[in-house]
Structures are given as C-alpha cells and as structure tokens.
Design a protein around this ligand. Structure first.
Ligand code: UDX
Length: 437
C-alpha cells in the first residue's frame, strides 16, 4: 500500500520504518528539517534500539522516503497521524495544536477512498470532531482511530509485533470498509495471530488512555506500598514478588522506585482527568490525582533520603547521578524523574554530576545548569554519594569493590531497587533502596 506518516518523532519515525518493513511504500513527513535530513540519510534522530539498522535496511529498497513537504501525502491511500499531543502549558489538558495542524495540512491532498488513521494519544471526542473536519473537505475520505501502544526502547518490535491492534471506526462495525484497509496494512502481524479489535471511535481513544492510566496506577500502587514498607521495615521487592505470583496481579510494572516519567504516562493521566472534567465525569478519575501525587512524592523522597545518606546536609556535597533518561534504552528525558531529582539536589546546594550512556545531550538542553560527564568512571570520582536513578544494564553491573576506590565516601542510593544490597554492603557501602530495609 502507499502510506504517508505525518509526524516523525518517537512514534512516527518508528512507525514509518516499520510500515516499510511490512512491505508498504512509505513517505514520512515532518516540519522539522533537521529530523527529516537525518532520517533521509538513514540516521535515527533519537536513540531507539534497532531503528537505525531498520532505516538502512528499508531505505536500500527504496520503499521509504522522508520530506518536509506535506504535498507528498498526495497519492497515498492511508495517512497515519503520528504527531505529539504534549501537556498544555499551565494546564493539565492535552495540546492538540499539532494534531489539528497535521489534519488541516493533509486536507488538500486527500482523495476519495483515502483513510486517515489517528495514532496520537488524544482526549476522547477528538476523533469524531476530526472526522467532521475531514468529511467537510473530502466527503469520501474516512477517519479511523488506531491507538499505538509502543514502549520506547522496544518501539521497533512493539510495532512489528504488537500485542493487539485496535481499530476505532465511525460505526464501530466489523464490516466498515476501513477495517479491510487496515487489515491489509497490518497483514503480516495479523497473519501471526495478533488479536484485533474493532470498536467505535470513542472506545478506541479511551483504550489508550485507560491502558496508560492502569499502568501508572500499578506503578503508584507499588510505590505506595514502598512507603508503607519503609515505615514498617518491610521489603517492597519481596512483597512485589509475592503478590505478583498471583496471575490476576502479575509481577510486571510492580517495580517500586523513583516512579514513572516520560512523554506518555504523566501527561496522559493528567489529560485524562482534564477531559473527564469536561465530560462531567471527573469523580470517576479522582483516584488518578492520587496516582500522580504518589508518583511526584517519590522524587522529593529521594532528595530527603540523599540528605539523610550524606549525614550532614546536601550543601557542597558531590553527588553523582547514574542515569538521566526516563528509562533505560532511551535517550528521552521528557519528565524524567532522574533528571528532576538531579535538578532538585542541585537547587538545594549539592554539586551534581550526571552521567548517562545516551541521554546527556537531551539532558543538557533541558537542565543546562547541571554538570554532565559521559565517562562513568570520571563521573564517579570523589563522589560523596552515588544515586542510581535509571537502571541501564551497565549501572546494574558496576563492581562495588572497584567503585569504592574512586568515590570519596561509599554511599549508594538505589532508586530502582536493582542492586543486591548484601553485595554492596559487604563491599563496604552504605546502601539505601526505596522501600527496602
Ligand atoms: C508507556 C506505555 O507502556 C506504552 O504502552 C504507551 O504506548 C506509551 O507509554 P513508555 O513511556 O515508553 O510507554 O514507558 P514504560 O515502559 O511504560 O515506562 C514508563 C515509566 O514507568 C518509566 O519511567 C519507567 O521507569 C517507570 N516504571 C515502569 C516504573 O517505575 N516501574 C515499573 O514497574 C515499570
């Protein structure tokens, strides 16, 4: 099929490359010239495992091109909207400027029978509004909502082999002509048994926000348990292992630590609450306010624990923060709890050095006042305390014996509960986890 992908960020760049890999002829479109220039020369504009190899692979076949010119969408029969929906400045609601601009930009190039496919996360009701806009301009074009569930760091495999496909269509009916079109787009994953659900437009929009809210709630639940474990002298990691063995609960997303961040969960739960308020259903989601509050409390808790760990206050203390990205295998620092903690420590008088294998450039743009050192050994030299805040494998594998020789004082705060406390303590370290005795 001929496909256009509008928006080539964390979602769209991966989606465009994966659609080409699935055998389609794809044009990726974005207003950012630098991003497009990089993608056009098969360079990934951000770190995502496997993306650069995939770009090289499909560009050699000629089935993937990139441009800043939206008129290149003309001639495609399927148009994916993959632009961002960030949090509005000073408000909880989602900012739909980019989605609206993408649809407006596309209108002159739509033809009869074209299918516009929304993948961006939007407040419920957006799809039907956009369907109206499209219908006024090209009555024979259609809109489908097909939410994306990819995780950064696993984006390529999540797109090529999704765990489910959701098609929201105007009448919610299996025989809607758009279903057949999307079945052709996703023929390969469908042929291997990927479940596919056809719903109406609002249900499809809600599936995405509901899934992210559930995940955020699961993380905040275990972080609330970590607070209790701290108060009671219990171990939240063993608690999670034990409750996780109940397969109605499951062990995934029960890792207590510094909480969730990134470009999705935090802003999605806030936009969801804002939208529920507009719909007069705000009571249904008041629990998400608590989910958000528990999550934000993790950051201040780590600052307080670091102060305790350092003994006599933070002023002038050299703190090394391992990890800036919001999660490992990503260079994304949007709402990164690690970086937010680093900045709070610096504001309270500590001298903070941050290291990360991939995210330092993005981090330096976000918080230029922090010191960034790429080399882990250099970053750790003479530290008064070390904070492991993003669980990159190389940090989990650090040797406590070797490390003890280069720091000023062997104190470590394990913000992701991924280190073996006994091993670190026996190497002479003062170890603190979160919700661990
Ligand atoms: C999330 C959803 O998982 C994905 O389906 C959706 O499409 C986009 O939002 P992503 O933001 O890439 O994906 O990251 P995810 O793996 O969900 O992690 C989110 C945050 O939660 C990270 O900061 C991570 O460190 C944190 N987390 C995750 C925990 O603190 N504990 C856990 O047990 C799991």
């Amino acid at each position: 099929m001929r496909i256009s992908v509008i928006g080539c960020g964390y979602l769209g760049a991966v989606h465009a490359a994966c659609m080409a890999k699935l055998g389609h002829s794809v044009v990726g479109i974005d207003v950012d010239e630098r991003k497009i220039a990089e993608l056009a020369s098969a360079k990934a504009p951000f770190y995502e495992p496997g993306l650069e190899e995939l770009l090289k692979d499909v560009q050699e076949t000629g089935s993937l091109t990139f441009t800043t010119d939206i008129s290149a969408a003309a001639g495609s029969n399927v148009h994916f909207i993959c632009v961002g929906t960030p949090q509005k400045k000073g408000e909880n609601a989602a900012d739909l400027t980019f989605v609206d601009a993408a649809v407006q930009g596309l209108l002159p190039y739509l033809s009869s029978g074209d299918v516009v496919v929304g993948k961006s996360t939007v407040p419920v009701g957006t799809a039907s509004r956009l369907a109206g806009v499209i219908g006024q301009s090209e009555p024979e074009a259609h809109l489908v909502w097909n939410p994306e569930f990819l995780r950064e760091g696993h984006a390529v495999s999540d797109t090529l082999r999704p765990d489910r496909l959701v098609y929201g269509v105007s009448d919610g009916a299996e025989h809607n002509p758009c279903v057949e079109v999307l079945d052709e787009v996703y023929a390969i994953p469908l042929s291997t048994g990927t479940p596919r659900l056809v719903t109406d437009l609002p249900t499809a929009e809600l599936v995405k926000t509901a899934a992210n809210s559930f995940l955020a709630t699961k993380i905040s639940f275990i972080n609330a348990m970590a607070e209790l474990c701290d108060a009671a002298g219990a171990d939240v990691t063993r608690l999670a292992d034990a409750i996780g063995l109940d397969d109605r609960i499951g062990r995934k997303f029960l890792n207590a630590g510094i909480g969730f961040g990134g470009g999705c969960l935090p802003k999605d739960i806030r936009a969801f609450m804002a939208r529920a308020g507009e719909l007069g259903a705000d009571q249904a989601l008041t629990f998400l306010r608590e989910v958000d509050a528990i999550n934000m409390r993790r950051r201040s808790r780590v600052v307080e624990l670091t102060r305790e760990l350092c003994g006599d206050g933070l002023l002038g203390k050299r703190i090394t923060v391992l990890g800036a990205a919001f999660k490992p295998e990503s260079d994304d620092v949007r709402d990164s709890p690690a970086l937010s903690i680093a900045a709070q420590l610096q504001l309270q008088g500590a001298v903070v050095t941050v290291t990360d294998p991939k995210a330092l450039d993005n981090a330096a743009r976000r918080f230029p006042e922090l010191q960034y050192v790429q080399d882990v050994d250099l970053a750790l030299e003479k530290a008064d305390a070390v904070l492991l805040l993003t669980e990159w494998t190389e940090y989990k594998e650090l040797d406590p014996h070797l490390l003890a020789k280069s720091v000023s004082a062997p104190r470590i705060l394990d913000g992701r509960n991924v280190l073996d406390p006994a091993k670190w303590r026996s190497a002479g370290w003062q170890y603190r986890g979160l919700g661990r005795p």
